[in-house]
Design a protein around this ligand. Structure first.
Ligand code: GRF
Length: 215
């Protein structure tokens, strides 16, 4: 079966991109990366892509007069690459409603919290301030409002009493690297359908049991 073609958009470190690169290199994985786009010329994610021989493109938002023009350039590149699914992986630009509409239900993001809790930046600091005992990460379809949209998959991570934002971020990130390839696989296998603001998954249900924190 043909593999689903991905465009991955990054702004920085690109560790989630790396998780997708590694997944796509594994035999039998149902997706492949057609293009990596960065809006920042020295994003480390670009080096990761180049190292794996993947096509890259820098589209610097500073070279455009407004968000519509920038997003139109993104769309042109993605279309040229033949990508069927757009994966945001630490892409630090807000996308216009027009872009979200153009790629509706074919545009996904990973966020380091259990959405809809803790949308936005500085997630782990706010998780610690709020004193929640369990946090995690979410892969979701993108809607014009930041960190909103149908949820595809989530991973839960207990918050320890000695955690700080860095230790928590590191443990959540480990789960992000498992979760993003899993979510892309589910989509590539045609098992994810969107009904309005909900995504349904066929052939995979929640695991039994629970995570209690503290135990
Ligand atoms: C991740 O924590 C992701 O959830 C968030 O931005 C961070 C990107 O990290 N959207 P990386 O560039 O993938 O290493």
């Amino acid at each position: 079966m043909a593999r689903l073609k991905l465009a991955v958009l990054v702004s920085g470190r690109g560790s989630n991109l790396q998780a997708l690169i590694d997944a796509c290199e594994a035999p039998g994985y149902p997706a492949e990366i057609a293009l990596v786009i960065a809006n920042v010329a020295d994003a480390f994610g670009l080096a990761r892509a180049e190292r794996s021989g993947l096509p890259t493109r820098v589209i610097d938002h500073k070279g455009f007069s407004d968000r519509d023009a920038f997003d139109a350039a993104l769309t042109r590149s993605i279309e040229e690459s033949g990508a069927q699914l757009v994966c945001l992986a630490g892409f630090m630009r807000l996308l216009t409603a027009g872009f979200c509409e153009r790629w509706r239900d074919r545009l996904i993001n990973i966020h380091p919290s259990l959405l809809p809790a803790f949308k936005g930046l500085h997630t782990h600091e706010r998780v610690l301030e709020a004193g929640v005992r369990i946090t995690g990460c979410t892969v979701h379809f993108v809607r014009p409002t930041m960190d909103e949209g149908p949820i595809i998959a989530q991973a839960a991570v207990p918050v320890g009493s000695s955690d700080n934002a860095e230790t928590l971020a590191a443990r959540v990130l480990e789960q992000e690297h498992r979760l993003y390839p899993l979510a892309v696989r589910l989509i590539a296998e045609g098992r994810v359908t969107v009904h309005g603001e909900r995504a349904d998954i066929t052939g995979a249900d929640a695991p039994r049991g629970s995570l209690i924190s503290p135990p």
